[in-house]
Structures are given as C-alpha cells and as structure tokens.
Write a protein that binds this ligand. Structure first.
Ligand SMILES: [Zn+2]
Length: 280
C-alpha cells in the first residue's frame, strides 16, 4: 500500500497468546469472548504485526516482535507458535536484516522489542539489524532499566542493552517528525514514553497504534488493558487519537490483532467504532 511517499507493508512476525482478562481489563468476559474467543487457559490469540515503511532510501521497521531468544518455559506460558517469525517475515518482503536502515521501537516490552537482538551460536548477543539505528524514547529506556513491580516481567535487558553497547541506540527526548512525513506521537498511559508512528499521505494517513490500541475491539474507549500502568491516561489518549483518526479517515494498524490488521474508525453515539477494515 502506498501512503504518500512511502510503500507500507504489515509484516506478521509471530503469534502468541495472552490472558484475555488482562487484555480487556474491566470489560466482562461475556462481552469480549464474542470477539476474541479464549482457549481452555483463558488466553486469546495474538499476532505481532510490524510495520515496514520503504522509501526515500530507507527501510524502516516499526517494532521487532517476540524474536527467538525465548526458552521453553516462556514458549509454553505465551503459547508462542513456531513457523511465523521475523526472519521469514522480512524474507517475504524481499529483505535481509542488513537491509533495515532504521528500527523504531514503540516501547521495550518483550513482544515489541524481542527481535531487536539475536544470540550467536557462541551465546553472544548482538543487534539483529547490523546497519540500523534503533530509536527509543529516553523516558521508556530509563523506565525499562528500572521498571515497577507491576511491569518488570515485560522487560528483558537482553533486548536492548546489546543495541546500546553496539552504539546503535538513539534515545529521543520528544515526539514529532523523525523522517519526512513520519511523525512520532508520545503516549504515556500504557508505559511512560511509548511512541506511536504516524505516516502522512495526501489522500490518507496511517497510524501504527502500538499498545495504545493493540486489538481492533479496543477502539471502544473503556476496552483498556489491565497491563496499562495509568489506565485513565490511556483513556484520555485514546479519545484524542481516535478523534483525530476519525476526522482524518486515518488507517489504524493494530499490532496484536490476528484477524483485523488495519481499519479506519468512525464516531458513534457511544464513542468510536470500526468503519472499514483493510487487508494490508
Ligand atoms: Zn506493551
């Protein structure tokens, strides 16, 4: 798909599962299970949909998914599926890791930053993308180094420290333009310093909604994850961002939705709802 000066693709780089209750917060299961059925352990199917932005001499990847450094215990808890992974997703787009010029990380949770690094045969960790700059908000990087008891299970230093040690990490102090027509939007409800990515086009713009709106049903304002550190902040951020998206008829990419990867939204009397879904 073309958005302005860029070619845009969504790469599915992995599949896993998370607890449905945690994903929908205060929303009762009788409501959410109609949209996202749970397995016998109450987990729902999740994807890691990454954004590939190509143009202006760059191959920009937004988020890197789960990666492949996890052990058997992790694989069991999160029901990580074999077969779909970052390498294959890139190869499907005709790319090698060396071709990626820039990696924008929305935030450092393991299902967004797990593919940042790989382990060599000798056990050494190294950045997956040897020629890329990696962009993270400083606020998020600092939080990841000292997370709270609530969210420390989501952060693995192995996903970012080797990037820093290789000199490939760019810590950013604000949102705004990063490249021509590519803007970072900072939100703080899920975790401090999460950066969403907006690509501006003449006819239509695109928003990669990260963990602000990870699943399509979460365009409903109160459908907020229990993982969020500051849910009332998320609520306000969703209102503002969805209002702008509805007004602009912006295409929203849902990073964790297996079925609906992209959609536009519209205002309803209760808030917001999906308008049109896209396969991208
Ligand atoms: Zn997250």
């Amino acid at each position: 798909m073309k958005i302005g000066r860029y070619n845009i693709s969504v790469l599915e780089a992995g599949r896993f599962k998370l607890d449905g209750g945690a994903m929908f917060g205060v929303v009762p299961k009788v409501l959410w299970e109609k949209q996202k059925p749970a397995d016998e352990k109450n987990r729902i199917a999740m994807a890691t949909n990454l954004l590939l932005i190509q143009g202006e001499g760059r191959n920009i990847l937004v988020d890197t998914g789960l990666g492949d450094k996890y052990n058997d215990r992790f694989k069991e808890i999160y029901a990580v599926e074999d077969g779909i992974n970052l390498h294959r997703a890139l190869a499907g787009a005709g790319l090698q890791p060396e071709d990626i010029t820039d990696v924008i990380i929305t935030h450092l949770h393991f299902d967004h930053a797990g593919g940042n690094t790989v382990r060599n045969a000798d056990g050494q960790l190294r950045p997956t993308f040897p020629n890329a700059r990696y962009y993270v908000q400083r606020q998020q990087f600092e939080w990841a180094n000292r997370p709270s008891e609530k969210d420390r299970a989501s952060y693995f230093p192995e996903n970012i420290i080797p990037v820093k040690e290789a000199g490939q990490l760019e810590l950013l102090d604000e949102g705004g333009p990063l490249f021509p027509d590519i803007e970072l939007i900072i939100v703080n409800g899920h975790t401090p310093g999460q950066q969403l990515v907006r690509v501006a086009g003449e006819e239509r713009s695109l928003l990669f909604a990260g963990d602000l709106i990870p699943l399509a049903p979460q365009v409903a304002i109160p459908w907020i994850m229990a993982y969020d550190l500051y849910p009332m902040t998320t609520l306000q951020e969703k209102k503002e961002i969805l209002a702008r998206a509805a007004e602009e008829d912006c295409l929203i990419i849902f990073e964790h939705d297996r079925e609906i990867k992209a959609a536009t939204v519209q205002r309803t009397d209760k808030g917001f709802a999906l308008k049109e879904t896209f396969s991208i």
